[in-house]
Structures are given as structure tokens and as C-alpha cells.
Design a protein around this ligand. Structure first.
Ligand code: FMN
Length: 172
């Protein structure tokens, strides 16, 4: 039975961590055992039956921790059901249309045979780390564009795929 899911995330300002928690909550409600952990803290993925990896977007790339995670665990990730998400755009576009993965994430999807990727709106608010982040916020271009309805329905889709009886497998 597919039961244990890891949601690993790379974040600088915490907003991707909150998305990962929301994904984990939905999967738990569906009866799966789920851990949401910072990608850099994960030593091994062997104990998990499926993995979701998410990263904030910085200068057109996934957060470094998410990039390192997929590189470091590439062998074990290949062959496990795998989903990716990114969080970034500081406007409503991610709620309105599908935003394709950045090139590095697209390459990782192909390499690791990830099932799906989605881009969620990002969040940048007062207190964010870094000079550029502070400039964005002080110029009025920050805000919280995470769409938790969209996040929850994407997670529900993952749950449905994990819990669907697969051909050749006896119903539990
Ligand atoms: C320096 C900097 C660069 C960013 N670059 C991008 C980018 O290339 N694409 C994008 O969609 N969002 C970009 N963003 C917005 C962040 O991805 C967004 O704030 C995200 O929610 C951050 O996630 P975190 O809070 O988990 O670190 C950038 C933000 C900062 C501060």
C-alpha cells in the first residue's frame, strides 16, 4: 500500500514552507502519512513511497535547496511517484493560467520522470530577507499571491493518484 509521502521544500522567506504544509495537510486528510520537511534536512528518501518537491523561484531558478535535493537524491527519486511545484509570481497570473516550469526544473522533471509541475503565486512581505526583497516590498510590488484553494485542489489530485488502485494491484 502506498502510504508515506515526503513534501520537501526550499524556502528563503517561509512562504513555500507554508504551501508545503498545506499540501501535506490535504494528503493527511486523505489518510496518507506525510512529512513536510526543509529539503536541506532530508538525509534519505528511501523511507518514502512518493515525494513532492517545491521551491521558491529566485532569479529564474528554483531555490538552491530544492535544486540540491533533486540532484543529491536523483537515484532514489527515479522510480518513485514524484511531483514538483514552484512558487514565485508576485501577481495573480499563477491563479489565472498555467505557468510552465523554469528551464532547470523542466530538465529535472524529464531526468527524474516527474509526473507534474505547477507554479503557484508567491509571497513577499515586510521583513523578507535581502536587499532586493526589501526593495520589491518598499516599492509596493510585494504581497501574498498564494491561492490556497488552487494549492489544495492540486494536492487533492496527488492524493487521488496515490490512492487509486493501480492495475495489477489488489485493493487494500
Ligand atoms: C531576489 C528575488 C528574486 C526573485 N525572483 C523571482 C523569479 O525569478 N520568478 C518569480 O516568479 N518570482 C521571483 N521572486 C519572488 C519569490 O519567488 C517569491 O517571493 C516566493 O514566494 C519566495 O518563496 P519563499 O518565501 O519560500 O522564499 C523573487 C523574489 C526575490 C526576493
Amino acid at each position: 500500500m502506498l502510504s508515506k509521502v515526503l513534501v520537501a521544500y526550499g524556502t528563503t522567506n517561509g512562504s513555500t514552507a507554508r504551501i508545503a504544509e498545506a499540501v501535506a495537510d490535504v494528503l493527511r486528510k486523505e489518510g496518507l502519512t506525510v512529512e513536510a520537511l526543509p529539503a536541506r534536512s532530508v538525509e534519505s528518501v528511501e523511507a518514502y513511497d512518493a515525494v513532492v518537491v517545491g521551491g521558491g523561484l529566485y532569479a529564474g531558478r528554483w531555490h538552491r535547496d530544492a535544486r540540491r535535493f533533486v540532484r543529491r537524491h536523483r537515484r532514489a527519486l527515479t522510480g518513485r511517484p514524484l511531483w514538483f511545484f514552484s512558487s514565485g509570481p508576485l501577481d495573480a497570473t499563477a491563479s489565472e493560467r498555467d505557468i510552465p516550469p523554469v528551464p532547470g526544473v523542466r530538465r529535472a522533471m524529464v531526468r527524474l520522470d516527474a509526473k507534474e509541475h505547477i507554479t503557484f503565486g508567491g509571497c513577499l512581505e515586510e521583513g523578507a530577507k535581502g536587499r532586493i526583497a526589501r526593495m520589491i516590498v518598499s516599492s509596493g510590488k510585494g504581497g501574498d499571491f498564494r491561492d490556497f484553494g488552487q494549492i489544495e485542489s492540486w494536492a487533492a489530485g496527488i492524493g487521488a493518484q496515490l490512492l487509486a488502485p493501480s492495475p495489477g494491484r489488489e485493493p487494500q
